[in-house]
Design a binder for this molecule. Structure first.
Ligand SMILES: Nc1ncnc2c1ncn2[C@@H]1O[C@H](COP(=O)(O)OP(=O)(O)O)[C@@H](O)[C@H]1O
Ligand SMILES: O=C(CO)[C@@H](O)[C@H](O)COP(=O)(O)O
Length: 512
């Protein structure tokens, strides 16, 4: 990868919740994006042209910085999972005939039948979830088929809602993309297929056979198979870059586009904790074991294997709220609070879910003192530690619920914005009793995408991904468990799990 220029390289892209990034090792530039939370508090969307414009801005900035696009042999990328884009009839033609004289967003304005697209934070499709589960014989049956019971943010349920509430827009749609395949389509200048791994987050793909489930498609909306196109292996080369990029930016005409995938599967490792807008826990699995909690995805680099994912919606945005309320809006004050409090927090435990959590399905802030009595507030420093310990204890408990066990050789790779905070990582190491590693690069989904581009270029399934990433810099050790941590948390974890059950039984909210 590019350490001294000019040198041939691969390029990785990330279209996540709060940012769009491009990454070649040693280079990155960014623009901030966002979401629109509707009045019902459940519907969450992003304007599709925001992503198009973000790509224009990044490419222009790269050009202005003197980046030599002619050296890019292949590119790939990642997108926030589950979000869907609706291409209007005729859009393929517009994509194929882009003028290199104009930015993309000026040419694609009229290409979408839905201008504000549902994204992963949306939880407005409970009715569609229940319909889908009923259509295939229940939640467990759907999980066995697609890797997950019905989840509100999963794309099949989002498509069903659009079909039911806006049938005109649905019928004007010629193609539906995920954020990942949409971004790949922008580079291809034609529709990119959905890859197996990100396709697993739709409640539509049979994860073992890797084909769309006719039962699920039929339950969600008519003519859906033709609007989705056939899914492909995640390491497929989906085509060559559009002549638009060759003429406008100087990419080589043969530059290959490797299928884009979800931001969580973009960097497949054995055990990853991502601390981005959402917190996720991602585990490499040999065998799928679909249950009613969490998700099983097709593995993006090894077609024989799978990945398990747990998603926690109240991640960084919740930490930011507690920081603003109790740590003077400052991450360094937040760190001081963690440093000034003891492991175990004197027995004070907290659950902080300002929006309905996914894992577990709880809303609200719930605090318990050392006698397990509910209290309405903690002192500021205790509040900060209760939040961080609670977030990581929940991750360990739910990972163990999927059969995961921390062992002496366990290593955790922490990624995402909050992985820059050493004091947060120390709590992660203490709660899991395992060392935590980080990558000294801008963004792991971007870096993972650059390596996936190399992998696709090198022959995809014929070459083990481990061979391709051998050249990557080793993750850096960021935190090791403190002495005595395992005794503290082994005592607290069962207590925390019991309290979680207690809250769940007292606050039976709707799913997700
Ligand atoms: N020093 C820090 N300590 C804790 N959290 C941080 C720190 N720096 C950034 N973050 C968090 O990182 C989040 C963004 O993470 P990122 O991985 O970039 O998100 P996404 O990929 O979802 O767009 C922000 O919401 C912010 O709260
Ligand atoms: O919904 C999920 C995973 O199932 C989220 O993890 C999204 O993929 C968004 O990712 P970030 O923007 O938080 O990285």
């Amino acid at each position: 990868m590019a350490e001294s220029a000019p040198r041939r390289c691969c390029l990785g892209w990330d279209f996540s919740t709060q940012q769009a990034l491009a990454c070649i090792p040693c280079f990155s530039c960014r623009t901030r994006g966002g979401v629109h939370v509707h009045k019902d508090g459940l519907t969450v969307t992003s304007p599709v042209l925001m992503w198009v414009q973000a790509l224009d801005i990044i490419l222009e900035k790269m050009k202005a910085s003197g980046f030599d696009f002619s050296q890019v042999l292949a590119l790939s990328g990642a997108g926030q999972q589950h979000g869907s884009i609706y291409w209007q009839a005729g859009a393929q033609q517009a994509l194929r005939s882009l003028s290199p004289d104009l930015p993309l967003h000026q040419q694609l304005q009229a290409c979408f039948s839905i201008s504000d697209c549902p994204v992963w934070m949306d939880s407005s499709t409970t009715a569609q979830c229940r319909q889908l589960e009923a259509a295939v014989g229940g939640a467990q049956a759907l999980s066995c088929l697609t890797g997950s019971r019905a989840y509100e943010r999963f794309t099949g349920n989002q498509i069903a809602k659009i079909y039911q509430q806006n049938p005109k827009a649905y019928s004007h749609t010629e193609r539906i993309s995920l954020v990942s395949s949409f971004a790949a389509s922008l580079f291809l200048g034609s529709y990119s297929p959905i890859d197996y791994s990100d396709g697993s987050g739709m409640n539509l793909l049979q994860i073992q056979d890797k084909v769309w489930s006719q039962a699920c498609l039929g339950s969600c909306a008519p003519h859906l198979e033709e609007k989705l196109g056939p899914p492909v292996p995640s390491c497929s080369v989906v085509g060559a870059i559009s002549s638009y990029y060759v003429q406008r930016y100087g990419f080589p005409p043969g530059c290959k586009v490797v299928a884009f995938t979800g931001d969580n599967p973009a960097l497949p490792v054995s055990f990853q904790v991502s601390l981005g807008t959402s917190d996720t826990l991602f585990l490499w699995l040999q065998e799928p074991m679909p249950t009613l909690e969490g998700h099983i995805f097709c593995n993006p680099v090894d077609p024989q294997h799978y990945m398990a994912l747990l998603c926690f919606k109240n991640g960084s945005l919740m930490r930011e709220k507690i920081r603003d309320e109790f740590a003077s809006c400052s991450w360094s004050e937040f760190s001081k609070a963690l440093q000034s409090t003891e492991m175990g927090n004197g027995g004070n435990l907290g659950f902080y879910f300002d929006v309905m959590e996914i894992t577990p399905e709880i809303i609200g802030r719930h605090r318990f003192n050392t006698e397990n009595h509910k209290v309405s507030a903690f002192p500021g420093d205790v509040e900060v530690r209760a939040l961080i310990e609670g977030q990581f204890m929940a991750k360990r408990i739910h990972a163990e619920g999927l059969g995961y066990r921390v062992m002496s050789k366990t290593k955790i790779l922490a990624t995402g914005g909050a992985s820059h905070n050493r004091d947060i990582l120390q709590v992660l190491a203490d709660v899991f009793g395992a060392p935590v590693y980080v990558m000294d690069t801008a963004n792991s989904a971007c870096v993972g995408s650059a390596y996936r581009a190399f992998h696709g270029l090198a022959g995809g399934t014929d070459v083990p991904f481990s061979e391709v990433v051998k050249l990557a810099p080793n993750p850096r050790l960021a935190a090791t468990p403190s002495p005595g941590a395992s005794q503290v948390y082994e005592a607290l974890l069962p207590q925390f799990a019991k309290l979680e059950q207690r809250i769940l039984s007292q606050t039976q909210g709707p799913p997700e």
